[in-house]
Design a protein around this ligand. Structure first.
Ligand SMILES: NC(=O)c1ccc[n+]([C@@H]2O[C@H](COP(=O)([O-])OP(=O)(O)OC[C@H]3O[C@@H](n4cnc5c(N)ncnc54)[C@H](O)[C@@H]3O)[C@@H](O)[C@H]2O)c1
Length: 258
């Protein structure tokens, strides 16, 4: 029987690495695809045996590069799970967003998941597999990073488009929308303001930010048999951020219980 594969893009990052570790629990092989091949190789060797964690250099904004990734996968087994995790945000305000930034953020955060899905569609049909798109709370509400946010909102709709059109093949498609996760993506902001996570914490009902493992566990759930009847959904993994804000509730209600 063919080996079952999970493909995780952007797997050299903290969230991608945590997802790769989690998916190794129920897949034979995890392909760690990242534009930074050296970093992906380092993560793969940290995670475990070379035959179970395979690093592949891949630029997910390039169709040719994705085709090579799909070929590599075909040489190993069949893809049962595709996690579109590679993502990044550039300008923080609309004022600072140039047309180039708008296009680049959309290419990485929205177009790339579409291109990856197309490349793995035949295998996902064969395995009745599933797609998990790593979106963001930025795709649900406005928290800055406009081009990235618009792309993540598009990614949520793309998630539903796949769910509805490909459900007849047994393919499921879901999204996870993390709140703030302490990863290397925050390095610049954390060095500009060492208190950035402390300041963010007060807006979260659980009074903490998200851990990469929290995201990985939700991906493991959505990709696994316990979520067999779940498709087309967005699961916020946001320590309650999108549920509401206690501080505002306190102001509105003038109740000390918030
Ligand atoms: N960190 C957060 O607070 C947070 C919150 C919500 C959503 N997310 C989402 O989670 C995902 C992972 O974020 P992270 O914080 O781990 O980021 P990260 O910057 O730590 O990791 C992202 C990885 O993607 C890779 N990458 C970038 N461009 C690529 C390309 N063209 N092709 C292939 N790989 C590429 C990078 O090399 C890097 O290893 C992203 O989609 C991000 O939008 C993160």
């Amino acid at each position: 029987m063919s080996q079952s594969i999970a493909v995780v893009t952007g797997a050299a990052g903290d969230i991608g690495a945590a997802i790769a570790a989690r998916l190794a629990e129920d897949h034979d092989v995890v392909l760690l695809a990242d534009i930074d091949a050296a970093a992906a190789t380092a993560v793969a060797s940290k995670l475990g045996a070379a035959e179970r964690f395979v690093a592949v250099g891949c630029d997910v904004t390039s169709e040719a590069s994705i085709a090579e990734l799909a070929e590599r996968a075909a040489g190993i087994g069949v893809v049962r799970t595709l996690v579109n995790n590679a993502g990044a945000a550039r300008a923080t305000s609309l004022h600072d967003t140039t047309p180039e930034i708008w296009r680049a953020d959309n290419a990485l955060n929205l177009e790339a998941p579409f291109l990856c899905f197309r490349a793995f569609e035949p295998m996902l049909k064969a395995t009745k597999g599933s797609v998990v798109n790593i979106a963001s709370v930025n795709g649900l509400h406005v928290f800055g990073h406009p081009a990235y946010s618009a792309a993540k909102a598009g990614l949520l709709h793309f998630t539903r488009l796949v769910a509805v059109e490909y459900g007849k093949f047994g393919i499921r498609s879901n999204a996870v929308a993390p709140g703030t996760v302490k990863t290397q993506a925050w390095e610049a902001r954390a060095s500009a303001n060492p208190n950035v996570f402390e300041e963010a914490r007060r807006w979260y009902p659980l009074q903490r930010v998200v851990d990469p493992k929290d995201v990985a566990n939700s991906v493991g759930f959505l990709a696994g048999p316990l979520a067999a009847a779940i498709t087309g959904v967005c699961l916020p993994v946001d320590c309650g951020l999108t549920a509401g804000q206690a501080e505002l509730a306190r102001t509105f209600s003038q109740s000390e219980h918030y």
